[in-house]
Design a binder for this molecule. Structure first.
Ligand code: URA
Length: 226
């Protein structure tokens, strides 16, 4: 297939997926949302960022990371010469949990196929997971972000193998300013990872990213920003 035709097919499939997500009622969060926050950026990007869930401002505006954490994400991107338009930004959950509480395991299970299909369509080189929820879901491992941040690991998502790069959630640096330096250091490795340098990559877990594997960790462990 010619490249232009492939781009058109991808964009059409992406628009169809966004339309499907926009009317989703698969979990309780559909009742309280203003709108579904599908994600934004380049559907052909080499790099995807995956956060946790829309907050108050994201729910109102319909775009991910538009609040304070988003401002920091923009600054971290600018620090490595990237813009929002050059990457794709999404969340584990596409609807806002009430009061910005943590996602529940059944909500993640109801929503995960949209994220997996986004990844399958975009075919990124690298997925940077922001914080615990995205990291545990996409790695299929229970290891928390404090242990695994800044270390690329291989993950199987659907048919494809992809490089996962866990970093702290930007909101962590809003609560703990010293965390910003760690985030900047971890972000500084992204350009080399995108160029194909994957020294020290941790191999994929045998099972891949299925919620059934991470659900025990999600329910038994305190899952927040660290
Ligand atoms: N905004 C988002 O879109 N996702 C988060 O995880 C936090 C803020």
């Amino acid at each position: 297939m010619a490249a232009a035709e492939q781009t058109l097919t991808r964009e059409t499939a992406f628009a169809e997926l966004a339309a499907e997500a926009a009317v989703c009622t698969r979990c309780r969060l559909a009742q309280g949302r203003t709108q579904v926050v599908f994600g934004s950026g380049d559907p052909s990007a080499d790099l995807i960022f995956v956060g946790e869930a829309p907050g108050f401002h994201e729910d109102k505006q319909g775009f991910p990371f538009v609040g304070q954490a988003g401002k920091l994400l923009d600054e971290l991107l600018a620090g490595i010469g990237l813009t929002r338009e050059a990457v794709f930004v999404a969340n584990v959950l596409k609807c806002r949990p009430p009061g910005n509480r943590d996602p529940m395991p059944d909500e993640i299970e109801a929503c995960e196929s949209i994220l997996f299909r986004q990844v399958a369509l975009i075919e990124p080189r690298v997925i940077a997971t922001l914080g615990n929820f995205a990291t545990k879901l996409l790695s299929g491992r229970p290891d928390g972000i404090t242990r695994v941040h800044g270390r690329p690991q291989e993950a199987r998502i659907g048919e494809r193998s992809v490089m996962l790069y866990p970093v702290f959630h930007p909101a962590a640096a809003l609560y703990t300013p010293a965390m910003r330096k760690t985030l900047e250091e971890d972000f500084s490795r992204l350009p080399a990872l995108l160029d194909g340098c994957n020294d020290g990559m941790v191999p994929a877990s045998s099972g891949g990213a299925a919620l059934s594997e991470v659900a025990p960790a999600l329910s038994n462990e305190q899952l927040d920003l660290f």
